[in-house]
Design a protein around this ligand. Structure first.
Ligand code: ZN
Ligand code: FE
Length: 255
């Protein structure tokens, strides 16, 4: 029931994650950004790769699947809705399904927006959320395929998880997200605190990931689309939060 999580950089700004179920020794890579980085992390820990959990079809999350599957014979679990875009999936899942890694259970949630079939993996017992590009620290992924209303609903759903949930996202984008967040929510003390912390972490060469969901809820403008102050910043007082979310997303795209 307990897990050890290994966090390591991959490609230019992705993160790779290994989740190790201590009871059984099963080990999953969350997404497959880069075979070399994943193999090095496995070797450093002395773990054997048994599973690969895929969140969405983008190349920086799936490229290493064939190499890892060939080397380790790992079981590959991924989004049913993107099965036509991802080679080598063994188990297809979607929102409402669960997937187990030994004794550890992950609930799957559909999080359309960044891509239409994007899913996240939530370990409710250990309070870990693997959000990939659906939720970043102080941001969300670019809305390549989805629409704002459903994407806002997904952000709201993730916001509903307990405050002490640790979020493991797909990229180290926190510093640039902080600059944008401060431009739309300059007087937010929680955001100012997180931005200072992020500056210090990056200056020390440290990752800003994982992050505590509760702190991000108070600081991430995309999780605050129903906050009156954010709406006011965009001249959208009284508008539906989905509309405010769309305005935040558009402003970030042009920032
Ligand atoms: Zn992506
Ligand atoms: Fe990505």
């Amino acid at each position: 029931m307990s897990v050890i999580i290994d966090v390591f950089p991959a490609r230019s700004d992705n993160y790779g994650y290994l989740v190790h179920d201590t009871a059984t020794g099963r080990t999953a890579a969350i997404d497959a950004p880069e075979a070399g980085a994943i193999k090095a992390a496995l070797a450093a820990r002395g773990w054997d790769l048994t599973d690969i959990f895929i969140t969405h079809h983008h190349i920086d999350h799936v490229e290493a699947i064939p190499a890892l599957k060939a080397e380790f014979g790992a079981r590959v679990v991924g989004p049913r809705a993107e099965a036509d875009k991802i080679a080598d999936l063994d188990v297809l899942v979607g929102g409402g399904d669960t997937v187990t890694l030994g004794e550890t259970v992950f609930d799957i949630y559909d999080t359309p927006g960044h891509t239409l079939g994007h899913i996240v993996f939530h370990d409710a017992l250990n309070r870990h959320l693997f959000s990939a590009d659906a939720l970043f620290s102080l941001g969300v992924g670019r809305m390549f395929e989805g629409t704002p209303g459903p994407m806002w609903d997904c952000v709201k759903l993730m916001r509903g998880f307990p405050d002490d949930t640790l979020v493991y996202c797909g990229h180290e984008y926190t510093a640039s997200n902080a600059k944008f967040a401060l431009s739309v929510d300059p007087d937010n003390a929680a955001l100012q605190k997180r931005a200072a912390e992020v500056d210090a972490l990056r200056a020390a060469g440290k990752p800003t990931i994982p992050f505590a969901l509760g702190e991000d809820k108070a600081a991430n403008p995309f999780m605050r689309a129903d906050d009156a102050g954010i709406a006011r910043h965009f001249g959208l007082e009284g508008a539906a939060p989905g509309e405010v979310f769309a305005a935040i997303r558009k402003a970030k795209d042009n920032f």
